[in-house]
Design a protein around this ligand. Structure first.
Ligand code: FES
Length: 263
């Protein structure tokens, strides 16, 4: 690590004067990411039960959106989720917040502030391969925004059900609300991104010198509001996307019946 912690480095992993439960946060991050990783990998491998059409619903799992199979009519010899999931995976893996979290929880580098890491480590930052690749985060933001746009379409589409006469009618099911909350959470996470903050407000010396600069300042302020709670948005959206898949999957399998609030 940096010079300020080099003394602790020599004392090895876990050496610290801290008396609080510094280990709790990395432990929870470890458990949360492992649990999500196992579930999402399993759900992605399934390749089925990702679309619930029971009783006229049209609920598409976020793991499989956009529905490449329907949109492009192509067949692939593996789960369609794999055509999509590399985008949110790359977006989250290169996110500044997640980087801090998993460097601590998985690499123990360092495990927490003012806590020693494994002896003999040399801190190189993210200036060399492979961690220099984290700089592609901005480009993953572009791709993730396209996915979020499709998820908004899916959530709006979930307000319409196919009746017995084959016509669409407005309605609200519990699944509709879950999909809506999920895309709101994902939007809050994506649009609080540090890269977007730099994109709209960076490289400006004066925020008030022109109409464009003032507009950019307002946009920067909006992104900053979301950015202040980026960690919370990151976790809420991570679990909401997993829960949304689970709900739709259970409905599609007939294990759970969607509750219709407005028919
Ligand atoms: Fe977290 Fe960009 S910094 S999504």
């Amino acid at each position: 690590m940096s010079d300020s912690t080099s003394v602790l480095d020599h004392k090895g992993l876990g050496a610290t004067s801290r008396r609080d439960a510094w280990w709790l946060s990395p432990l929870l991050v470890f458990l949360g990411l492992v649990a999500f990783g196992i579930y999402s990998t399993w759900a992605a491998w399934q390749g089925k039960f990702y679309l619930d059409t029971v009783h006229g619903a049209d609920y598409l799992s976020p793991f499989y959106s956009p529905d490449v199979h329907s949109l492009l009519g192509i067949n692939v010899p593996f789960s369609y989720a794999f055509l999509i999931l590399w985008i949110p995976l790359g977006f989250r893996a290169t996110c500044y917040y997640y980087r801090k979290s998993y460097y601590r929880a998985f690499f123990l580098s360092p495990v927490a502030c003012a806590v020693g890491e494994p002896a003999g480590r040399k801190y190189k930052g993210e200036s060399a391969f492979p961690f220099i690749l984290q700089n592609i985060h901005r480009y993953f933001w572009y791709l993730a925004t396209i996915v979020v746009a499709f998820l908004w379409y899916d959530a709006i589409r979930a307000f319409f059900f196919t009746g017995k006469n084959g016509h669409l009618h407005f309605g609200v099911g519990l699944g509709t609300l879950i999909m809506l909350l999920n895309v709101i959470a994902l939007t809050g996470f994506s649009f609080g991104c540090n890269s977007l903050r730099h994109l709209v407000g960076g490289k400006l010396d004066c925020f008030s010198c022109s109409a464009t600069a003032r507009t950019r300042y307002k946009l920067w302020g909006g992104v900053t509001i979301l950015n202040l709670r980026h960690m919370e948005w990151a976790w809420v959206s991570l679990f909401s996307v997993g829960f949304t898949d689970l709900y739709i999957r259970l409905c599609a399998m007939g294990i759970w019946h969607d509750v219709r609030i407005i028919h």
